[in-house]
Design a protein around this ligand. Structure first.
Ligand code: PRP
Ligand code: URA
Length: 207
């Protein structure tokens, strides 16, 4: 469907803080949380609403609520860093988990955990991962949520490489992709250049 780079001065400022190699885990996590929230604000601009009647203290008027369930699927581990920011805007969102790790030499993703909420067929599903590098992990996660019956799927990433964008567009032409930046390329180790390094390690302090 569509590939959108969500451009906003606040996002650019915060992403720059994340990219800097000297930013510690606290700064990295705080800015990831805030960018995820800002991206969700943009993505949900077109979300379907249900109209209903409410009473204010002095009158009866129309009220609105989000029509369909929202389900977030962070790809573990790094996708977890995007959940809280979005949940601040949509507190009723349900959360599934897809655990994948990327083999360091082949870059192939491997699944180690998958759990979903019930009835995701009609929901708006957001697959979350800060990094879209080769696109292998995103493709595997989208395969999984499709297998579970999800039909309205959006992939939300912070930084994408052109290779990952093309790979997901080829395998899943029916989904919308949102990113905060489309970077230059992948290096020989599968890292996004200029990127921000290993998102999972920077969030969880594992290196
Ligand atoms: C990273 C990242 C993505 C994946 C992207 O995860 O968070 O899930 O790599 O690469 P790809 O587009 O080439 O598949 P990693 O496998 O390092 O696991 P982690 O989140 O646990 O660190
Ligand atoms: N995974 C990351 O965390 N960073 C990259 O640059 C590529 C894959």
């Amino acid at each position: 469907m569509a590939f959108t780079v969500i451009k906003h001065p606040l996002i650019l400022d915060k992403l720059t803080r994340m990219r800097k190699k000297d930013s510690n885990s606290k700064v990295f996590k705080e800015n990831l949380d805030e960018i995820a929230q800002l991206m969700a604000y943009e993505i949900f601009q077109t979300i379907e609403l249900k109209e209903f009647e409410i009473e204010t203290p002095v009158a009866v008027t129309k009220g609105y609520k989000i029509a369909k369930d929202i389900v977030l699927f962070p790809i573990l581990r790094a996708g977890l860093g995007m959940v809280d920011g979005i949940v601040k805007l949509v507190p009723n969102a349900k959360i599934g988990h897809i655990g994948l790790y990327r083999d360091e030499t082949t870059f192939e993703p491997h699944e180690y955990f998958a759990k979903k909420p019930q009835n995701i067929e009609e929901a708006t599903v957001l697959v979350l991962d800060p990094m879209l590098a080769t696109g292998g992990s995103a493709n595997m996660a989208i395969d999984k949520v499709k297998e579970w019956g999800a039909k309205n799927i959006k992939l939300v990433c912070l930084v994408a490489a052109p290779e990952g964008k093309e790979n997901v567009e080829k395998h899943h032409p029916d989904i919308d992709i949102y990113v905060a930046a489309l970077d230059e390329k992948l290096d020989s180790k599968g890292y996004i250049i200029p990127g921000l390094g290993d998102a999972g390690d920077r969030i969880f302090g594992t290196k």
